[in-house]
Design a protein around this ligand. Structure first.
Ligand code: ADP
Length: 697
């Protein structure tokens, strides 16, 4: 069985074999300060070098061991256990490749001890697995099996497919050595399936080779050849010399079975050469035995014996008892053919002694126990995993329930939101409808008001027109009546008796009253029609003129007129209207006098948004209920006998003021006098510059 050793070496030669350029550049780095002063970097560099030398041919194994040792020293000083472990593994593998099994075992054991002590798990499984290989080579199958089970357990816990595949492969190999070929097949098949699934091609090669060899042992030559050829193709594809060597050796065995001896010999010789070229003495032994069998078949024991003895030397060198056993048997057979029975017997004895120690009931029993221990531990591990899974599931259940609640809450919130939104929309629509209705009503009302206003404007205009036309046109016939009545009175004065004179007096009086009435009406109708002037007029001048106009009347009632204002502004109103306004108010002040001589005072004051004039008198006053009424048209509070008048004056004043945008009102106490106020908006008022600051102050 050659493939068994193959995987150990083969898997560790994963990267390119020739990496000399990389080696050179790494070696140059060694002397650089960055590496001298930084142990962490130096550790990594030595490990890299160790690994690269390790992957080169076997002669460089010593170099590999040297660099791993350097890295190991540094890592130990740094208490960098992970790197210590990596170095121990590197050293062990290196010794193993040199067939220095004792040394290799020593380092593997150190590694396992360290990882167990420091409680971490980096290379332990690999160490167990490699120990298996060594014990197998040494023929200690109990130990090999025990360590393989340990490695498998770790790989399974880690869910490491490559590790599991290798373990299954190694287990198969142990069964193979125990000549339990069916069982070996089972394990090889599992390993092959795993490698296929994960596309681990190098290990897949090993499985193919192992299956080929096992089917050969079971006498299924065709199946064996099929696997071996597949293995050879893959090895060639992977450009693996060692793979090619083993595959050729195995196919040679197939040819032997088919009696295709020449081809077998060629292949066997090629395989031996390749293996020895790679320094694989162990592998070369198996192939040598096969070649020797062929020579014996050909009846050429003399050709076979030196080869076998040479191989025996190798087997002793690598301390492989199974190989020694096989070789003893072959040498015995060769001597037998050579007719040297004593020598043959001596080798047969050696063979039997060794074989018994290798395969016995006890070994199988121990292996069974190891397997049971492994299964027990595996079960325990699975139970822990199941427990963890259950806990996770319970947690998941809890999370799921929470998620369901959360989802339900979100749905409820969403429904509530929709409901609220629908209500809001409905409310908004209702509101909009109401607003639209209200607007409609308002618009209708506005229209109505607008129409009414228009109607009012028209009737106002008509009224004004009527008043104007009436008063204007009536004045002409009235003047005629007046002139002819006056003429009649003058010419026929002597003709009239007392009654006639009295009647004539009535007519004249009525005529003059009618004249006054018409004048007042004309004033009133004019009041609202004149457009606002653009000219500024001085209120002071207006008051002076008014005063002059009223001078006669003031004197006739023994009254007085005072103007008491700090500032009299310029205003932008019609001069005649303003004059008429002052004249009406001052005249009333003089007219509605009480017992005392009338005193009328004109005042002026600036308010925030308007300018207010006042006309104060010391007359009879106006009762509270009549304060508003006096501004109505034709409203008179006294009889004609008491105070003459038409009742149009204040109505005209109000009309004038309102055309300016101002107000008119009266404050009064009966028996003490009245104060009439009117205002002009600031927009139509301008203070003389010198008085502006004073007024504001
Ligand atoms: P008239 O003076 O022609 O009667 P007005 O329109 O000027 O008409 O005045 C309306 C009425 O207001 C007056 O008849 C009078 O009763 C009252 N009135 C007006 N001014 C004063 C005043 N200064 N003092 C008292 N009563 C007044």
């Amino acid at each position: 069985m050659k493939a068994i050793r193959l995987i150990l070496i083969f898997l560790s030669i994963a990267p390119a074999l020739a990496a000399t350029t990389e080696l050179d550049s790494l070696l140059q780095l060694l002397d650089q300060p960055a590496y001298i002063h930084h142990p962490e970097k130096a550790i990594q560099l030595h490990i890299q070098l160790g690994s690269l030398y390790g992957h080169n041919n076997l002669e460089q194994s010593e170099e590999s061991t040297k660099h791993y040792h350097l890295a190991l020293d540094l890592a130990q000083k740094q208490s960098d256990f992970e790197h210590v472990s990596e170095c121990l593994l590197g050293i062990a593998i290196s010794y193993e490749r040199q067939n220095r099994y004792e040394k290799a075992l020593e380092y593997y054991n150190q590694l396992i001890e360290l990882e167990e002590q420091e409680k971490f798990d980096r290379h332990k499984a690999k160490a167990y697995s490699n120990k298996t290989g060594i014990y197998q080579a040494l023929g200690d199958y109990e130990k090999a099996f025990e360590y393989q089970m340990k490695a498998l357990l770790i790989y399974e816990m880690r869910n490491d497919t490559l590790g599991i595949a290798n373990s299954q492969y190694n287990t198969g190999s142990i069964f193979f050595y125990q000549k339990q070929f069916e069982k070996a097949l089972e394990h090889y098949q599992i390993a092959k399936k795993l490698c296929e699934e994960k596309n681990i091609r190098r290990s897949f090669y090993s499985c193919l080779a192992a299956l080929g060899t096992t089917y050969e042992k079971l006498g299924q030559h065709e199946l064996s050849l099929k696997y071996n050829q597949q293995a050879l193709e893959l090895a060639e594809e992977l450009q693996s010399k060692i793979g090619i060597a083993y595959a050729k050796g195995n196919i040679a065995v197939n040819y032997l079975a088919q009696e295709n001896d020449e081809k077998a010999e060629t292949l066997l010789l090629e395989a031996i050469e390749l293996k020895l070229g790679m320094g694989d003495k162990f592998g070369a032994i198996g192939t040598t035995i096969d070649l020797s069998k062929l020579y014996l078949k050909w009846g050429k024991p003399t050709q076979s014996i030196p080869l076998l003895k040479n191989a025996l030397r190798y087997a002793k060198e690598v301390n492989s008892k199974p190989r020694q056993s096989d070789l003893y048997q072959q040498i015995a057979l060769a001597y037998d053919q050579l007719n040297q029975p004593i020598k043959a017997y001596s080798y047969t004895k050696k063979y039997i002694a060794l074989k018994d120690s290798l395969i016995n009931e006890k070994t199988l029993e121990e292996m069974g126990q190891s397997k049971r221990r492994y299964e027990l531990q595996k079960q325990e591990h699975e139970i822990t995993l199941l427990k963890k899974e259950n806990e996770l599931l319970a947690k998941n259940d809890k999370i799921q329930t929470q998620q369901v609640y959360l989802f339900a809450a979100i749905i409820v919130a969403f429904i509530m939101f929709l409901w609220w939104y629908r209500n809001k929309l409905e409310y908004q629509n209702r509101l909009n409808r109401l607003l639209a209705e209200k607007n409609q009503i308002l618009n209708a009302k506005n229209n109505e008001i607008h129409i009414k206003n228009k109607q009012l404007e028209h009737s106002n205009e008509d009224l004004q027109q009527f008043a104007y036309v009436a008063s204007h046109d009536l004045k002409e016939p009235l003047r005629m009546i007046n002139s002819f009545t006056t003429l009649l009175n003058r010419k026929y004065d002597k003709v009239f008796d007392e009654r006639g004179k009295e009647f004539m007096g009535f007519v004249l009086d009525a005529v003059s009253r009618m004249e006054r009435l018409l004048d007042d009406l004309l004033d009133f109708s004019r009041a609202g029609t004149q457009p606002a002037p653009s000219k500024w007029i001085s209120t002071s001048d207006v008051l002076e003129i008014t005063k002059a106009n009223l001078n006669h009347r003031i004197n006739s009632v023994n009254g007085s007129l005072h103007i008491e204002a700090d500032v009299l502004p310029l205003v932008q109103v019609h001069q005649t209207q303003l004059m008429q306004l002052f004249q009406n108010l001052i005249s009333n002040g003089l007219k509605f006098k009480g017992a005392n001589d009338p005193v009328v005072t004109v005042g002026a004051m600036r308010e925030e948004e308007r300018f207010v004039f006042s006309v104060h008198d010391n007359g009879i006053g106006i009762s509270k209920e009549n304060l508003e009424k006096v501004f109505e048209m034709f409203r008179r509070l006294h009889s004609r006998e008491e105070y003459e008048g038409t009742g149009i004056g204040l109505a005209t004043c109000k009309r004038i003021v309102s055309t300016w945008g101002g107000d008119i009102w009266v404050e009064s106490t009966v028996g003490q006098g009245s104060t009439f106020y009117f205002s002009i908006p600031n927009s139509a008022v301008q203070l003389p510059k010198e008085s502006l600051s004073e007024a504001l102050a």
